[in-house]
Design a protein around this ligand. Structure first.
Ligand code: SF4
Ligand code: SF4
Length: 199
């Protein structure tokens, strides 16, 4: 592991996924979801034209692919169609106990969602996380200006089932995707203004 909890020797390369996908609502920068930041030049090299002066949220953000060695090179978001983010786990739907997990991984399907949830490598990764007690959220990106959907893929029953077979996990992933696809997206309301970099 390298500095700041990042995988040593790994860099973003041509990927610019976070400069497109993320909704950012910070005093220093606001950006609508699914809109390329106007400072992001998709030149094939993945460049931020204000890199040295980029705002604090941009300096501090790294996707899960930059943090987790277990995600191989093929998981880079622009290659895999999966934008993975590690975050604090604070679910209202699970009891808070000393054994409760504190971190979750959100897997946003930015490529071809229906194909991705059926991929063996994807289901295998979700299974491994659930079995090891790491909650997973499946997420669907929103159209520009709307909030993404996400569904928790984690329960005691699913953990027990995942220990036996990947089939139940695949079924839950497909149901979650179907559920999200049928839901209307909620509009994103910004709390901050003055530094909107959406196109
Ligand atoms: S999504 Fe991850 S790999 Fe891609 S540019 Fe952002 S931090 Fe780098
Ligand atoms: S300002 Fe931030 S969001 Fe915009 S291109 Fe630079 S790093 Fe990406």
């Amino acid at each position: 592991m390298g500095a700041g909890g990042l995988v040593a020797g790994r860099d973003c390369g041509e990927c610019t996924a976070c400069c497109v996908v993320l909704c950012i609502d910070d005093p220093d920068i606001q950006k609508a979801s699914s809109e390329r930041c106007r400072h992001c030049v998709d030149s094939g090299k993945g460049s931020c034209t204000i890199y040295l002066q980029r705002p604090r949220p941009c300096r501090e953000f790294f996707c899960a692919w930059r943090h987790l060695e277990m995600l191989g090179d093929e998981w880079r978001p622009d290659r895999s169609g999966v934008f993975a983010v590690l975050e604090k786990f604070e679910p209202p739907e699970l009891p808070d106990t000393p054994e409760s997990p504190t971190m979750a991984i959100t897997l946003m399907l930015t490529g071809d969602p229906e194909k991705t949830v059926r991929e063996k490598w994807f289901v295998k990764f979700v299974c491994a996380n659930i079995v090891s007690g790491q909650p997973v959220y499946l997420s669907l990106p929103a159209p520009p200006g709307y909030l993404p959907h996400r569904v928790l893929i984690y329960s005691a029953a699913l953990t027990a089932a995942a220990r036996q077979s990947a089939e139940p996990v695949l079924a839950v992933l497909e149901q979650a995707l179907m559920f999200m696809s049928a839901q209307p997206f909620r509009e994103q309301a910004f709390a901050h203004s003055g530094n909107n970099v959406s196109h």
